[in-house]
Design a protein around this ligand. Structure first.
Ligand code: HEC
Length: 219
């Protein structure tokens, strides 16, 4: 009797251990198993955080945008706030930046980076984003655009126009004038030789060289 009791106790312990190991193995998974589905997480740690991603839609805000606009009275830390209306653009935005080779090179560099996705390398529109379905912008080298004042170009870049958003937060005032000069070169069918310098060093160089020319204030 006593022996049987001991035997029964031994196998119960083995059974419980095997049973527990089975569940541990099942729940923890095996390092050699592969799966495309995300692992079952009992505690999330910080892997999954409730957050919004840039430019994603959001049901939380009334306007449906996750990216928030700056609140009223926000002022830029660098540069000046652009407050010129379209009517005033021709007379108030005065281009005082000289079209030096550095300015043209900088204008080309910024245009190629910020504008070609839509306006294409020749300024005629049909850039890559347009080829993927975005509205085709009007040609920047057509006669009407050639007749625009520098101030009008500066205005569109600073304030945006219809579905084209403002680039005031991405391009300094000086960069915007550099782009205006480069657009003028494109309109005349000219080219600007590529300069082999990194964006940041050309930033400093152009600023140093064109800095002496007072950048037209947008006031
Ligand atoms: C995301 C695409 C996109 C980018 C990037 C973009 N634009 Fe535009 N742009 C447009 C569209 C679309 C229009 C036409 C807007 C409208 O319907 O009035 C436009 C219009 C313009 C106009 C007015 C043309 C006219 O005759 O009315 C100018 C000038 C202009 N863009 C310059 C620029 C410059 C300079 C850059 C780079 C700093 C730039 N755009 C970047 C899409 C873009």
């Amino acid at each position: 009797m006593a022996t049987n009791k001991r035997k029964f106790g031994f196998w119960s312990v083995v059974g419980i251990i095997v049973f527990s190991l089975f569940w541990v193995a099942l729940l923890s998974g095996n390092i050699l198993w592969t799966s495309d589905t995300p692992p079952l997480q009992i505690i999330d740690d910080m892997d999954n955080q409730p957050k919004v991603k840039g430019q994603a839609p959001s049901s939380f805000f009334a306007d449906g945008k996750a990216t928030r606009d700056p609140i009223e009275y926000t002022v830029p830390r660098t540069g000046t706030k652009y407050d010129v209306s379209l009517d005033e653009a021709d007379t108030k935005n005065i281009n005082t930046v000289p079209a030096t080779p550095e300015v043209l090179a900088r204008g080309k560099n910024r245009f190629e980076t910020m504008c070609t996705p839509c306006h294409n390398h020749d300024g005629k529109g049909n850039g890559l984003v347009v080829q993927k379905g975005f509205a085709n912008p009007p040609s920047l080298v057509r006669p009407e655009a050639i007749a625009y004042t520098d101030g009008k170009f500066f205005h569109v870049m600073s304030a945006g126009q219809n579905i084209m958003s403002s680039y005031a937060d991405k391009l300094s005032e000086l960069d915007r004038w550099c782009i205006v000069h480069y657009i003028r070169v494109m309109q005349k069918g000219g080219t600007v030789p590529a300069v082999s310098q990194s964006t940041s060093s050309s930033d400093k160089q152009t600023t140093a060289q064109a800095g002496t020319a007072k950048t037209a204030s947008a006031q």
